[in-house]
Structure formats: structure tokens, C-alpha cells
Design a protein around this ligand. Structure first.
Ligand code: SF4
Length: 165
């Protein structure tokens, strides 16, 4: 098993500031749930340290920039997802309507397709389990499932192992 990658609170704070600036420039917002957002920011930092680029924290990386070029944050799918659903796949970036409560945050279907993701995963291997929310299909790579699904709010018990490390 690969050693775990440490991320400090100040690294998260600094990266979050940068993402805020990027979101602002694009006319988007970061998810107002700060704990949820910080978890995703931490995932981006871990991926940056592991791969050398900020691969999407909600998707499996293929382990090379070439394979992951479409899922380097902000991914190729962000704008279409925000326009259609009010949020990117991870719900890191959200629209003004979501922030103002005019649009409900709902699960965002994967545009990339699991096949491509699984193929990428097969090439690189993973060092951490991938969990799937059985209610909305949300995927996350972490040691244990989250207490509550950040997208549909289903409880921890509704998660299943999607890929075992
Ligand atoms: S889904 Fe969101 S967090 Fe993931 S890469 Fe796309 S923009 Fe970044």
C-alpha cells in the first residue's frame, strides 16, 4: 500500500482561496458547505501531490496527465454540468441559483462514463477503496464511506464498496 499523503490546514486554506478566485472569474461559486468543500480541496491537493496534477477528487485517476487530461480540475464537464444541474459532478462548483436556494442540489450523472474511468483505474491501480452511494451513484475514493452522502444526504449505511484497493 502506498504511504498516505499528508495535507495541512494551511494548504487547504490557501488552495481554497485560489479556487474561490477561479470560481469568481468563471461566474461560479464554491459549494457553501465549507466542510464538504474542504474535503474536496484536500482531495485535489492529495491528487496534485500524488500525480503532479489536480485530478478530480471524485473520479478514479489513470495515473498520467495524458489519460486524465479531461478530469484535471476544472474538468471538461464542469460547464455543461453547472449549466444543466447547477453543480459540477463533485458539487465543488455550484451556480448562483444553488447558492441562493433557487435551485436544489441534485445528484449529477457522470458524463465521462464509468467504463473510461474503470479502464483508467485498471492501468494505474488504486491504493484506496472507492465507495459508491447506492441511492444517487456518487463515487468517492477514501478509507471509509462518508457519514452522509454530500449529494443526496443518504446515510453511511447506504454506501457500498465500488472498487476494493
Ligand atoms: S467535477 Fe468538479 S471538482 Fe471534479 S474536476 Fe470537475 S470541476 Fe473539479
Amino acid at each position: 500500500m502506498k504511504p498516505s499523503i499528508e495535507v495541512s490546514g494551511s494548504e487547504i486554506k490557501q488552495y481554497r482561496k485560489q479556487l474561490h478566485r477561479d470560481a469568481d472569474k468563471s461566474g461560479y461559486y464554491l459549494n457553501p458547505d465549507s466542510e464538504f468543500t474542504d474535503n474536496l480541496v484536500e482531495g485535489l491537493i492529495v491528487n496534485s501531490k500524488r500525480y503532479g496534477y489536480s485530478s478530480c477528487p471524485c473520479r478514479l485517476s489513470g495515473g498520467s496527465r495524458e489519460k486524465d487530461i479531461d478530469i484535471i480540475c476544472p474538468c471538461d464537464y464542469r460547464d455543461d454540468d453547472i449549466s444543466q444541474y447547477g453543480a459540477c459532478y463533485c458539487a465543488l462548483y455550484v451556480s448562483e441559483e444553488v447558492v441562493n436556494g433557487k435551485k436544489e442540489l441534485k445528484p449529477v450523472p457522470e458524463r465521462r462514463g464509468h467504463k473510461k474511468e474503470l479502464k483508467a483505474n485498471k492501468v494505474s491501480g488504486v491504493s484506496i477503496d472507492v465507495w459508491r452511494c447506492k441511492v444517487c451513484g456518487y463515487l468517492c475514493a477514501r478509507k471509509t464511506p462518508p457519514d452522509v452522502c454530500p449529494v443526496c444526504k443518504a446515510k453511511k449505511e447506504r454506501f457500498e464498496i465500488f472498487i476494493k484497493s
